[in-house]
Design a protein around this ligand. Sequence first.
Ligand code: MLT
Ligand code: MN
Ligand code: ZN
Length: 304
Amino acid sequence: MHIHVLGSGAGGGFPQWNCNCENCKGVRAGTIKAIPRTQSSIAVSANGTDWILFNASPDIKVQLDHFPAIQPAREVRDTAITAIVITDSQIDHVTGLLTLREHNKPWDIYCTDEVKDDLTTGFPVFNILSHFRGVNHHKIETDESVFTIPTAEGIEFTAVPLLSNAPPYSPRRDNTVPGDNVGMNVKDTRTGKTVFYAPGLGVAEPHVLEYMRNADCVLVDGTMWTDDEMSKEGISDKRAIEMGHLDQSSDGGIMSILNSMEKPRKILIHINNTNPILNEDSPQRATLNNAGIELAFDGMDIEL
Ligand code: MLT
Ligand code: MN
Ligand code: ZN
């Protein structure tokens, strides 16, 4: 199975357009060792020809431009993306659907009913797309049943309900139900290898830990190092957990969870621009390196 990281940053990307936190200032000025990152999304393929897109970030045009395999140029209008899986209805994960409006047929989009609800009301991207070629919505169940996508040869998918948060335009903001956020367990049926993808993870519930522990690779929430990172930078009083993200460094945080697991290759994704791990010379980055935890970067290829 091939996994291509299209974008590895959190909402806003890195640097964020209006941000002058230490990291954003530093990467813009070239005074820190750090690489820019676009907003999080991955593409997965078992056969190397047909790709499933997981989330569609506002940066999708430049992400696709940098990934030749996704543009095979077999006809005058073409793409290797055969279907799209959406894990939540946040701006950074769905806005790119608008960029994909020129598709020459309806998009097959797999998401829960809750995500569809937001995308037809508070942020009505599906309604807008209906004025172009439209959307074939395929309902993702939240009972952890395995499903397949006809155009994704050799792959099985399981949606794993997660506790994170719904976006501000959702009626379920701060009061989420299963289906507002799912992680995706993706299995190559030929090799049996699995990747677990969860760019937003607020609470590590036992069933989620089980998927992570059994995966060959986890690509999980790397948003913030500390819960109060935004307030410490004087940016906002919002805590990571209020936004549905578990920090990395606390007891019970993402790092301690990953440290308790033997099997998977451990990779952080959806890294917020305030996170000190973005600075390759930071002690926090050294701590991750020592723990064998990697940071996803734009253009990263993972083979399982
Ligand atoms: C999140 O991950 O919490 C959201 O994407 C935040 C945002 O809207 O940028
Ligand atoms: Mn986000
Ligand atoms: Zn910043």
